[in-house]
Design a protein around this ligand. Sequence first.
Ligand code: SF4
Length: 362
Amino acid sequence: MRRATVLESASGVGTPRKDRAGPRDIPTLGAVVLTPVSNARRALTTAAKLRNVFEIRPYPEFSWSISRQRLLRDCPRAYYYRYYLSHNGWLREAPQQAKLAYRLSKLTGLDAIFGQEMDVRAREIEAKVRMDEPLPSAAELEERTRRTLRDAWRSSKEERLAFETKPKDHTMLRSFYVEGCPPSAAETDRLNQKLDACHKHLLAADHWVRLRGCGREGGLLIPAFAHFFLDEVTAFAAGDMAYVHEGVAYLIDWKSGRPSADDELQVTLAAHCLREGEPSLDQLPVRAALHYLLTGEEKQVTVPDDLRAFCADAVSTGVKEMRSFLLDVESNAPLDAGEFPRKESGLCQSCNFTQLCKGGVS
Ligand code: SF4
């Protein structure tokens, strides 16, 4: 039997939980007001969030994240579609190209959903050990992840219209939407192999031994939009789990895919973000680690003594590169689409924006 059908035989209804939204997600909307771009961006944004008010701006607010920087380096045109053309694409009166870019930006893949689910499983395990309760088996954890993947499969197959109407509220796998067919057998085979290995390695992590019976003690909250500021720029950098145990702060990034070149930078920035949000950690040593769940490898990352300067340097380099594509830095108005070169590579195969890229933008 083709393994794809294991996922295809959906049971239950729903879409994957996104317990921790990334910087790409738009906050929950309350009342909508029209305002011009303001100089006091940070203060206004904070005030707006407090009032649960979402401001409609002609251009998005500028921010930095490692995924944003990676996309710019991979393909400036895809970066333009994702961070500029899609802006305000959720509005009924938005231009068709913006609506399309917004919709395409919400497409996802099985690997991405799987990664989110592993974060959720880790938080479930942490809650159990802190309450000193028995842990679920790897098979039980795996079944929860499979359920979400099946839901995503079913939703992608059956809810195309609903996705087109409200892209943010419905899960849509890229292959169903762009290619009109399920993910390939190679993709689902690879995922099936990851499912078994990753859940077993997650359960075997030594953090759970350390945390058992701790109750709430030493728990550190990582906010949904964990960030720090570099001058006036918001830099997003969230780790997956953090706690303090016997005078040491631990920061963990779970990785369900293969190692990538900027993994260490990512967890180092997250360590800085954690310290900025928790001044009491200033005096504690931070032990940052990458956990590659596929192989079970735990890689310790040395946090530099001059962490703040190191992170400022890393982020400012990326910010400079991003700003070279702006017409106006203050309003974050981008250059014309044509100034964002297409960078064709093997990544085009999994790019969400092929439809726009082939058709061009007006
Ligand atoms: S399809 Fe390729 S060239 Fe076009 S936007 Fe995507 S990554 Fe860039």
